[in-house]
Design a binder for this molecule. Structure first.
Ligand code: BV8
Length: 248
């Protein structure tokens, strides 16, 4: 990571009260959770269109559930990494701090982050396809695939947003409101290709916020950022935290 850029990011953060953070799969990579589009990414080994869509679930609910049950088993034992931990501590460092995530792994909450805006749902929650009721089920592996609703017997589905499905309007509205009212936005560990999440930093910038991106690779967002910190969030966030505490 470039020390000058890190210092300018820390100086920028030291001058603001309201910070919004948007995270993607990259923030969980150092916990051992594979990303979607990376070299060993989840989409590499699986065809997204056969798994993370309502059509796939309609066609083959057992196959979709085998994928999600496998991912739940992968995520269950992992611990938050230092990147998650710094974000959890920062919620009490800034007067206004909000954390918006595309991730469904629940690791931000496990690290102690409160009131996380989960744009794409949560892999630990199941939703009845008939009644719409949502319950948290931590059992892994699940005893039966697809799982069925204990009260009506209909299939349960993962309480996540699939491609082609709309996000919860209230969740999306809150995410844009938080993006448009922050003074600085950190965009961490996302390829910035999935909509509407990828539009949040642009909404923040239009409202006057400075944008800091943390990613080992440049993304389509990078040319539009004020500071691009190339590297892994599990290393960069603790380094930023140390610099910030020297300046605040
Ligand atoms: C919708 C499900 C209305 C849960 C996911 C406008 C233009 C073009 C397309 C569209 C558009 N509007 C809608 C679309 C279609 C689609 C879309 O965006 N397609 C893309 C691919 C072009 N969007 C939708 O369908 C959305 N719905 O808009 O509703 C509508 C309805 C009908 C028709 C049209 C519109 C729903 C999107 C949600 C889909 N569900 N997940 C699950 O199974 O997980 S998306 C999936 O991708 C995950 O949620 C994930 O979070 C998300 C984004 O991926 P990333 O998090 O960015 O992960 P990725 O692997 O891509 O990148 C990781 C990054 O980390 C990399 O940059 C890497 O360099 C970096 N990294 C790696 N290691 C580290 C690191 N960074 C830091 N530290 C490290 N150590």
């Amino acid at each position: 990571m470039n020390d000058n850029l890190a210092s300018s990011a820390a100086d920028l953060l030291a001058r603001v009260d309201r910070v919004a953070v948007v995270t993607g799969a990259g923030v969980s990579a150092e916990s051992g959770v594979p990303t979607f589009r990376g070299q060993d990414g989840l989409w590499r080994r699986y065809r997204a269109e056969t798994l993370a869509t309502p059509e796939a679930f309609e066609r083959d609910p057992k196959l979709v559930w085998e994928w999600y049950d496998w991912r739940r088993g992968l995520i269950a034992p992992v611990e938050p990494n230092p990147g998650h931990q710094v974000l959890a501590v920062w919620q009490d460092l800034f007067a206004g701090f909000s954390l918006i995530t595309q991730n469904v792994d629940g690791l931000h909450a496990k690290a102690g982050s409160r009131d996380v805006v989960e744009l794409h749902g949560n892999i630990w929650k199941l939703r009845c396809t008939r009644e719409g009721t949502v319950s948290e089920v931590r059992e892994s592996p699940l005893p039966q695939l697809p799982p069925v609703c204990p009260s009506c017997g209909a299939f349960l589905r993962p309480h996540v947003v699939w491609f082609g499905e709309s996000l919860d309007p209230a969740v999306l509205e809150r995410a844009f409101r938080l993006s448009e009212s922050c003074q600085a936005m950190l965009v961490i560990g996302t390829s910035s290709v999935v909509q509407p999440a990828a539009s949040l930093p642009f909404a923040a910038a239009r409202a006057g916020a400075k944008i800091v991106e943390i990613n080992p690779e440049p993304t389509p967002l990078t040319p539009h950022t004020d500071v691009f910190l190339a590297g892994r969030s599990g290393e960069i966030l603790p380094a930023l935290d140390r610099l910030l505490r020297e300046t605040r």
